[in-house]
Design a protein around this ligand. Sequence first.
Ligand SMILES: [Cu+2]
Length: 164
Amino acid sequence: MTRILHAAPSRRLVLTGLAGSLLASPATVAAHGYTAGTLEIDHPTITPTRGLVPVHAGYMTIINRGRVADRLLSATSPRARRIELHTHIREGDMMRMRPVEGGVAIPAGQTVRFAPGGLHLMIYDVTGRVEEGDAVPITLRFERAGAVEVVAMGETPSAGGHRH
Ligand SMILES: [Cu+2]
């Protein structure tokens, strides 16, 4: 499954590469992960602009290290008019996406991946172009953890893709 491949933690590779450098601090390396209460939000990304269509997908990994379930209710960005929580469902041979009703459950002790072909943020009417490596602020709102501000990095998904 591509989702399992997607789970390979790139952070560990980065840490290994920096191990010999006294200048590199772990805090810098972890800068693209976020913690809010018992939640860890890892490596949020946004797909770069393609052509003239200002519609983007957002991906990330959310880990709930606590004993109580949480729920991602919504997301907003000053760079986007609207963000929806989407998932893909299989209909025969077709994968179709649709909004998730009532938010995305983040069960206690579990990892929820937003990745191509599955859950994703659907980001509409983004102002300006998003290039590789650009930083786009996104506020995630959780039922328990509250509002969490993250920065999604412009990044083309390594496997699969997002079709609209
Ligand atoms: Cu979508």
